[in-house]
Design a protein around this ligand. Structure first.
Ligand SMILES: CC(C)(COP(=O)(O)OP(=O)(O)OC[C@H]1O[C@@H](n2cnc3c(N)ncnc32)[C@H](O)[C@@H]1OP(=O)(O)O)[C@@H](O)C(=O)NCCC(=O)NCCS
Length: 206
């Protein structure tokens, strides 16, 4: 494992880069203030542009940490920032989640790392999140030399599961996770080991 922080990535249609305080108006307008976007996320929609500005200012400090991974999803053709994608130890770090992975013999020595993503509603179902997740998983296994990733989505949010499967993730088990306000949510939990990622890349090349 070799943490390398949030470096710029490119895909055919997207640039993935650090979110800057000046992205606050686009973030607030395009996704962070929309309850349809945050419906299955752990956080509530932002109530004001000032809230988004404060968050991005805090993140600008966190980018100094080599184990901080948080990208803006920017569409090359328009320059519009439409969403964000991260790698964190958040959701699956719940004690029950750790026990479930431990029982399956997963390597927990580096923590349980998980991608998280959201994009604005006008850009849904155009393959953007799949494209971003593939770039981030490649980065994790190649540049950060990570061993595996976990990922979970609310059962009632199947589009997120489709994105995971497109990026090579494999269904592992069901679990209950909690929003920041404590509300329980039934989830499907996926995994992507290095071997599964390699097999997925090979299949893509065929
Ligand atoms: C979930 C989300 C990230 C998907 O992003 P996206 O850019 O639309 O994803 P993609 O276009 O790459 O792929 C979406 C897939 O879901 C499928 N899908 C969409 N709605 C669906 C539904 N109701 N049931 C099943 N599949 C669905 C699409 O058909 C597509 O699969 P396909 O390519 O096989 O047709 C986006 O809707 C979002 O940001 N939602 C709000 C935040 C969120 O829920 N984040 C994930 C938390 S776990």
């Amino acid at each position: 494992m070799h943490h390398v922080g949030t470096q710029k990535l490119e895909t055919p249609r997207l640039v993935l880069r650090r979110l800057l305080p000046e992205d606050a108006p686009a973030m607030y307008r395009n996704w962070a203030s929309n309850p349809a976007v945050t419906r299955w996320l752990r956080w509530e929609p932002h109530k004001s542009l000032a809230e988004t500005c404060a968050l991005l200012t805090a993140w600008s400090v966190l980018y100094q940490n080599p184990d901080y991974y948080q990208w803006a999803i920017e569409v090359k053709a328009t320059g519009e920032v439409i969403g964000a994608i991260s790698l964190t130890v958040s959701c699956c770090a719940e004690p029950e989640a750790a026990k479930a992975w431990e029982a399956r013999g997963a390597d927990l020595s580096q923590g349980i790392w998980e991608p998280g993503y959201c994009i604005g509603q006008p850009w849904w179902n155009q393959g953007y999140t799949t494209e971003a997740l593939q770039a981030v998983t490649d980065y994790w296994f190649v540049r950060a030399e990570g061993c595996w990733l976990a990922c979970c989505h609310a059962v009632e949010n199947p589009a997120s599961g489709a994105v995971m499967r497109h990026a090579g993730f494999v269904y592992d088990h069901d679990a209950v996770y909690h929003r920041f306000d404590g509300t329980p949510v039934d989830c499907h939990v996926y995994r992507l080991t290095r071997a599964e990622w390699t097999a997925h890349k090979r299949k893509e090349l065929l």
